[in-house]
Design a protein around this ligand. Sequence first.
Ligand code: VGL
Ligand code: ZN
Length: 180
Amino acid sequence: MKKALLIVDVQNDFCPGGALGVKDGDKVVPVINRIMDRFDLVISSQDWHPADSVHFEKWPVHCVAGTRGAELHPDLETGKIDLKLLKGTDNKDDGYSAFEATNASLTDFLHENQIQHLYVCGLATDYCVKATALDAATQGFHTYVVTDAIAPVNAQPSDDKKALQEMYTKGCMLIESEEI
Ligand code: VGL
Ligand code: ZN
């Protein structure tokens, strides 16, 4: 049974002080660093938008490719990451899911490495974590969402609860880091 950790969008712009900072976004970093060694493989994703993306009609400008805001949080132990995915690179779509990465195929990478169990953590619960976890479950991976290693945008105050409910209903398991 091989398992991988997928760290979604733990980037400066999603952390407090960033262009689309989410509350306690940086608090996921020590939790993720603590659990990384428990996996056969570690994968990260980064939002990596062109400056003229249609995505910015819905959102403040964030994670523009090559900018400091698009870099992974400086405290994240990036030396342990086996594959870094870039997504949202097309100026015509949102690219919320890590399965939409354009520099590599996440599906192919997981299959090539015989990964059946995928643990999803990072930012943000109600957008990219949700989209990624739902795609993983749809593609047949045993999908776990690490509930103490995620943080929401919460445009509406209960968006995180709804997102967790939807992920659970659609086959994702909700797990705390210490249970891994
Ligand atoms: C995200 C909003 C816009 C995310 C990305 O990473 O969850 N949210 N772009
Ligand atoms: Zn984005």
